[in-house]
Write a protein that binds this ligand. Structure first.
Ligand code: PBG
Length: 323
């Protein structure tokens, strides 16, 4: 029925009416809070391109994780910055490494919080690539063994979920098999399935000190124009045993969040990445946008597109505001 019988503005007239017909509601449990764990004690090292985010030593990460949990956020994801890097990234599977100790401490002191660990080599290799390099490129199959070692070490530390972000072919299957064989059949896998070679990871590479020292990641991360290929990547990861699949970044790929949710009907995560965070913060700090409103609008768009969970540097702050 058309105007003047139908007047959509009738239900926009007051806040109460708008709340009654609201279709998408953000809640603290939608979010996953990322933390960067660095060596040392009582360290809090701000990241220039991510105002409000810092590298923190284990003690400070545990403190922050307690606040995240108190704000109602159910999970954190941890990234490690090791004391030393080498060609194979061997600190990644050091059972006494930063991430491993942080997992243990958080599980002990904040037992209700789910702990996810990012599984990738780029933070641990001296060349900054996501695996073992040979002949100027990352060797896929040689890297699988390194990722398996890292995932097993995280599982031994007590991680609830391991999250491979490297984009090697076959890594979900390799990690699933190794976890099961080692008695970790209950450790879940959140796969960075449709992860694109994006310009929006710039600030993260400062945060994780993981910028590639030569070349770029385009031989392993996806080419931004490809949506059908993203569906194939998701299908492969689900076949290999992924429990949760991820689209990353979130905003330039909202169409793919929607497609993945509707085609596969599985738990879908979306990563509101460092560059997306930095843009909002920068404009907010300059007084160019209303930062609080812009943040809620962006996170709502990711949920409305179909994401069941959103990894975001805003997680704890927004959860507090929603409470
Ligand atoms: C590791 C990894 C990256 C991010 C998450 N895991 C960086 C990259 O692939 O270069 C990016 C997260 C962000 O930008 O917030 N491979």
């Amino acid at each position: 029925m058309a105007f003047p019988i139908n007047r959509p503005r009738r239900l926009r007239r007051t806040d109460a009416l708008r709340r009654m017909i609201r279709e998408t509601r953000l809640a603290p449990e939608d979010f996953i809070q990322p933390y960067f764990v660095c060596p040392g004690r009582d360290v809090k090292k701000p990241i220039g391109a991510m105002p409000g985010v810092a590298q923190m030593s284990v003690d400070n990460v545990v403190r922050a994780a307690r606040e995240t949990y108190a704000a109602g956020v159910p999970a954190v994801i941890l990234f490690g910055i090791p004391a030393r890097k080498d060609a194979l990234g061997s600190e990644a599977w050091n059972d006494r490494g930063e991430v491993q100790r942080a997992v243990g401490e958080i599980k002990e002191q904040v037992p209700g919080l789910a702990v996810i660990t990012d599984v990738c080599m780029c933070e641990y290799t001296d060349h900054g690539h996501c695996g073992a390099v040979s002949g100027g490129d990352v060797d896929n199959d040689a890297t699988l063994d390194l990722l398996v070692r890292e995932a097993l070490s995280h599982a031994r530390a007590g991680a609830d979920i391991v999250a491979p972000s490297d984009m090697m072919d076959g890594r979900v299957g390799a990690i699933r098999a190794a976890l099961d064989e080692a008695g970790f059949s209950a450790t879940a896998i959140m796969a960075y399935s449709a992860k694109f070679a994006s310009a929006f990871y710039g600030p993260f590479r400062e945060a994780a000190e993981s910028a590639p020292q030569f070349g770029d990641r385009r031989s392993y991360q996806m080419d931004p124009p490809n949506g059908d290929e993203a569906m194939r990547e998701v299908a492969l990861d689900l076949d290999e045993g992924a429990d949760i699949v991820m689209v990353k970044p979130a905003l330039p790929y909202l169409d793919l969040i929607y497609r993945v949710k509707h085609e596969f009907n599985v738990p879908v995560a979306a990563y509101n990445v460092s560059g997306e965070y930095a843009m909002i913060r920068a404009a907010g700090i300059n007084g160019w946008i209303d930062e609080d409103r812009a943040t809620l609008e962006v996170l709502t768009s990711i949920k409305r597109a179909g994401a069941d969970m959103i990894l975001t540097y805003f997680a704890t702050d927004v959860a507090r505001r929603l409470k």
